[in-house]
Design a protein around this ligand. Structure first.
Ligand code: GLU
Length: 445
């Protein structure tokens, strides 16, 4: 049945522009792209824009932009509406050869009669070997003579899909499991048109963490690529994440690039059961890709978000900033809540904050500060955290770590929570650190 002999693989992604590019559709696009590329074939993008009431140019643009941004560049592009002439010819052909007929039918509500084109169902068993789901059989009898067009100019979805797949030479139909029940109808139409049958692969559903079906109504924006993109997720992380919704390389490898998918993806190993969209996993992946970014690029992004912080300080603070975020938009919320204020100034704080637990003797704290000031003088202007730690550790161990390090950290950051004082000094440099310790001494005096 299949036309695999000597034919080049041609896959297609066929979104209907009736909504923003959905994570599930994106996985369909990715697997079609990857499958075509790994077989030296062609990947077609076909916008199925025949539902005029629900299509919008805005959604079409969102879909195209999203795919290009992720690097899933198509080799050929079609818009289904541009094939209306062809659809008409095929419909006429089916009517002429008796495979379809025009039927005048009463429209329930209006009591009018209208014409539809119905497919003459041969009422037989249709079987196909799905690359993922294995052998699938359907008895098409219960489908009856199903409608394939409202008129010669208005084919329904099943018909248009089959006609276009035929015209575009699609060899592999890789799509969501929600389409599996359409397949028998489409096979019957193919046979009537004399079209070769493509190989089918139906991908498992994508489920939310509570195992409910992912839907826009229930899960809102979090189903669309645009949402993750707006939050600043990196495309590498998104590709990696989406490619592992229902597939994995069979070992413990977690970080896979688009090229890795092309070399490692095995469609037969895609799981049959629903794939759970685990946002924590996406966050983890995103952090891994942030950590891999070249410092200069990272610095550009971070400094645009924190314009009040001195460049050198920001550069030294980068590892600690990155440590606190999963996605770049986290910087905005952390900065808004004052988390990074210490990089440019110390928020005012009451002097009691400088006392560790039930300590209340300011002169003891001043002594620790003086030791720290003496130590800073002996360090390079921009010491590493390790150097600072080595210089202060024995003293802190002897006098009590909390007693020494808490006030020091507070004096340097003005915050209950911040990096440890060694890191703070390495970020601020000894000059600023000295100023901040002196200001704390002043408060206590
Ligand atoms: N246009 C259909 C959809 O967006 C896909 C049709 C197909 O893949 O066969 O769900």
């Amino acid at each position: 049945m299949s036309l695999q002999t000597n034919s080049k693989v041609v896959t297609r992604f066929a979104p209907s522009p009736t909504g923003f590019l959905h994570i599930g559709s994106l996985r369909t696009a990715l697997f079609n792209y990857v499958y075509a590329k790994q077989h030296g074939g062609k990947y077609v993008l076909r916008i199925e824009d025949t539902d005029k009431a629900r299509n919008t140019p805005e959604f079409e643009k969102d879909i195209m932009d999203g795919l290009v941004w992720l690097g899933l560049q198509h080799d050929e592009f079609f818009r289904q509406s541009e094939h209306a002439g062809k659809h008409k010819i095929y419909l006429q052909k089916l009517i002429d050869n008796g495979a379809a007929y025009i039927s005048k039918e009463k429209i329930e509500k209006e009591g009018d009669r209208a014409e539809v084109i119905r497919f003459k169902n041969p009422n037989k068993k249709v079987a196909f070997d799905d690359l993922i789901r294995g052998h699938v059989e359907f008895d098409t009898t219960e489908l009856g003579d199903f409608v394939i067009a409202k008129s010669l100019d208005e084919p329904v979805f099943h018909f248009a899909v089959v006609a276009d797949d035929f015209d575009e030479g699609i060899t592999h139909v890789i799509r969501g499991e929600d389409h599996i029940s359409n397949t028998p109808r489409q096979i019957l139409i193919q046979e009537a048109l004399g079209a070769p049958r493509p190989v089918y692969a139906h991908l498992p559903l994508i489920l939310a963490e509570d195992r409910s079906k992912l839907s826009k109504r229930k899960h809102g924006e979090a189903v669309s690529l645009a949402y993750y993109r707006k939050l600043g997720y990196l495309k590498e992380a998104l590709i990696n994440f989406i490619g592992m919704l229902g597939w994995n390389p069979g070992n413990d490898e977690e970080l896979l690039s688009l090229d890795d998918f092309i070399s490692k993806f095995t469609i037969e190993k895609v799981q049959k059961g629903g794939a759970i969209l685990n946002v924590e996993k996406l966050k983890w992946l995103n952090r891994e890709y942030i950590k891999k970014m070249p410092t200069a690029e990272l610095l550009n992004i971070v400094s645009a978000k924190m314009p009040n912080t001195q460049g050198e300080i920001l550069e030294r603070a980068l590892p600690s900033i990155v440590d606190h975020i999963s996605v770049f938009s986290d910087i905005d919320s952390l900065a808004a809540s004052g988390e990074f204020n210490y990089l440019s100034n110390v928020d005012d704080y009451p002097k009691e904050k400088l006392f560790w637990k039930d300590e209340s003797d300011g002169s003891v704290v001043i002594n620790h500060f003086n030791f720290a000031l003496e130590t800073l003088k002996k360090l390079p202007a921009e010491p590493t955290a390790e150097q600072v730690k080595t210089a202060l550790w024995d003293y802190a161990s002897e006098k009590g770590r909390g007693q020494v390090l808490w006030p020091l950290r507070y004096a340097l950051s003005g915050k209950d929570k911040s990096p440890d004082p060694f890191v703070l000094i390495s970020i601020l440099g000894t000059i600023q650190a000295t100023e901040r310790i002196n200001a704390a001494i002043k408060k206590l005096s």
